[in-house]
Design a protein around this ligand. Structure first.
Ligand code: HEM
Length: 573
């Protein structure tokens, strides 16, 4: 790349030869000015700027010249920072940058690809002795915005005082770095585009497989028996529930429910029942392709008339007289990823009414009689929400997942994992809303002050942060219990608490979306731009508060289920 002097850049200040400087880098925006959303020359007029209530004399009004022409040949860093997030450049740098100013510090070296974590420390979780805890003291990580990342990401810079946590070791720190670097460089700059297109390129899901991430998202030990894919920074034998928490949390930093669900929405709930309950030959046949990201799966439970009330589903599966097949007829609605799925982990009625007549079948796209159509929903646009019809679909009995008429147990076992996934995503989305608000409030000025200098805005930030932190601490506690208890014990013991946590996380998410939108004002009301994440997440809230057990069902269950368990434990009322 060329090195420029300030005077050399100044020479490119005409509409047909237009350079600008941002953060010491030189950009040729001659062509780009015509597609720049900040006002094309031909359309930019006074009316394109809508004054907010803060109608101060400083209101930008630059006549019939586009923003880029106004700063032609100059250093436009200040103006750039006013209207964009720096991450905009991640997307356009490759296309527009022609060089840098002389004397600009060389760019930081590209991060090395993650190396496998060192064998020590081999302990997975729970360090109580102080000496051991100090031995695993971790480097600080992230932007160091208070509450902008989970507490264990922080530490005082001189390393004398670490932010202590009993849950995390060096492999967890390595994983968060590995995932964040991938998300920042290859995902985040394109998420808005993909959301608008309602599709994430298939290559991203394939990368999820290649990087070993898919194999690590099943709520079980890393399934080495079915795949040779590995996560670069975590030895498979050390993989635990906290790695899964970090992976989902960092994926959710994209601030798009659509993106997260496009990757793990169907997979994270459709595959665990198969891996836990399917017959061995079926697992051997389908798991390698799924774990590699070459095939896709979804969970088909909800119907036009049965949502949280799962026991009343009506999609029926009748055994053929020769006992070799089920014939499936019925419909499924709001099925995440259904449109792309090769396999459908489907709840069907094989017996009488109620939960005792439900079974789970793995239906395959290749089975004649399966048809899918995409649904148009309020949020999670790139997640592929689907309406599915099964018409006389002939499914081999070998595809039964669990035992006939005992499907309710399969579904129940799945719920904790599904809901924890929802909690992790919701809480990071809430954190993103808070983090975006904090950054914006420190930049945007109204009535002569930064937003953050107005007590009413600080109050909003405080209310967001305390709810996010409370939720995260409860989440870590529950994940720790999952790590220690077996699947059956955690299903029974934790069902109530996880339901309560889902209620907590979704209401926190809804609150943070509302407050962030108020802080961003008009920018959160328009799609794209600085408020893109806020506008999008506001639309995504209900996709988290209704499915996977609605808020009302979750709150009720958090008491009912807990009472049932504690009765067995000898509760004294
Ligand atoms: C390499 C330089 C630049 C690039 C790549 C760029 C790119 C963009 C993009 C993608 C948007 C859409 C919103 C978003 O995604 O944030 C935007 C909006 C905008 N840009 Fe730029 N821009 C550049 C420089 C500038 C400069 C120097 C100015 C001002 C002098 C400016 C003023 C604006 C304005 C006013 C908007 C509209 C903001 C809004 O709707 O709230 N841009 N720009």
């Amino acid at each position: 790349m060329r090195v420029f002097t300030v005077d050399e850049v100044k020479a490119h200040s005409k509409p047909d030869d237009l350079f600008i400087i941002v953060h010491g880098d030189v950009y040729d925006v001659t062509e780009f000015k015509n597609e720049h959303p900040g006002g094309k020359k031909s359309t930019f007029t006074l009316t394109t700027i809508t004054p907010s209530r803060d109608v101060t004399p400083g209101l930008a009004c630059w006549g019939a010249m586009s923003f880029l022409e106004r700063v032609a040949g100059k250093d436009a860093t200040v103006q750039f920072q006013k209207y964009h997030k720096d991450s905009v450049l991640d997307k356009y740098r490759g296309k527009l940058q022609v060089g840098s100013l002389e004397g600009k510090a060389p760019p930081a070296p590209k991060p090395e690809p993650p190396k496998p974590a060192p064998a020590a420390p081999a302990k997975s979780v729970a360090v109580s002795a102080k000496t051991e805890e100090d031995a695993t003291a971790l480097e600080p990580y992230g932007d160091m915005i208070p509450y902008g990342d989970p507490a264990w990401y922080q530490s005082i810079v001189d390393q004398r005082s670490q932010y202590h946590s009993p849950y995390y070791n060096a492999t967890h720190a390595a994983l968060r770095k590995e995932v964040r670097e991938w998300i920042t460089s290859e995902i985040e700059p394109y998420v808005t585009e993909w959301d608008e297109a309602r599709h994430v390129p298939d290559t991203i899901f394939q990368q999820m497989g290649q990087r070993g991430y898919l194999a690590g998202l099943l709520g079980v030990k890393f399934p080495v028996e079915f795949t040779d894919r590995r996560v670069a920074s975590v030895p498979a034998e050390q993989w635990d529930h906290f790695h899964e928490l970090i992976l989902t949390d960092e994926l959710s930093r994209t601030g798009s429910g659509g993106f997260v669900w496009s990757q793990i929405g169907g997979y994270g709930i459709g595959l665990p029942p198969v891996i836990r309950f399917a017959q061995e030959p079926l697992k051997q046949r389908i798991l390698p392709g799924l774990l590699a990201g070459e095939k896709r799966i979804c969970l088909a439970i909800t119907e036009p008339d049965a949502g949280s009330d799962v026991a009343n589903l009506t999609c029926e599966a009748k055994l053929t007289p020769d006992g070799k097949h089920y014939i499936v007829n019925g419909e499924k609605k709001w099925i995440t990823n259904g449109i792309w799925a090769d396999y459908f982990t489907t709840a069907v009625r094989t017996g009488g009414p109620g939960m005792g007549g439900v079974s789970v079948l793995l239906i395959e796209k290749t089975h004649p009689g399966v048809s899918v159509r995409k649904m148009d929903c309020q949020g999670v646009w790139s997640s592929g929400t689907t309406y599915i019809t099964f018409e006389d679909v002939k499914v081999p009995v070998e595809n039964l997942v669990g035992k006939e008429n005992q499907g309710f147990k399969v579904i129940m076992t799945n719920f904790n994992h599904e809901r924890l996934g929802i909690v992790i995503q919701c809480n990071r989305f809430s954190r993103v809303l808070y983090e975006e608000s904090m950054k914006y409030a420190n930049k945007r000025k109204t009535f002569g002050k930064k937003l953050v200098e107005h007590p009413v805005i600080r109050m909003k930030l405080a209310q967001m942060a305390r709810q996010v932190e409370a939720c995260h601490n409860w989440l870590e506690n529950i994940v720790y219990q999952c790590e220690k208890m077996g699947t059956t014990e955690s299903m029974l013991r934790l069902g109530g608490a996880i339901a309560g946590l889902k209620a907590q996380a979704t209401t926190t998410f809804e609150f943070c979306a509302r407050e962030a939108a108020q802080i961003f004002g008009g920018l959160a009301y328009t799609r794209g731009g600085q408020g893109a994440k806020v506008e999008r997440l506001y639309r995504d809230v209900k996709a988290y508060m209704i499915p996977g057990g609605s808020l009302e069902i979750m709150e009720d269950l958090s008491i009912r289920q807990a009472m049932r368990v504690h009765k067995a434990l000898g509760m004294k009322l």
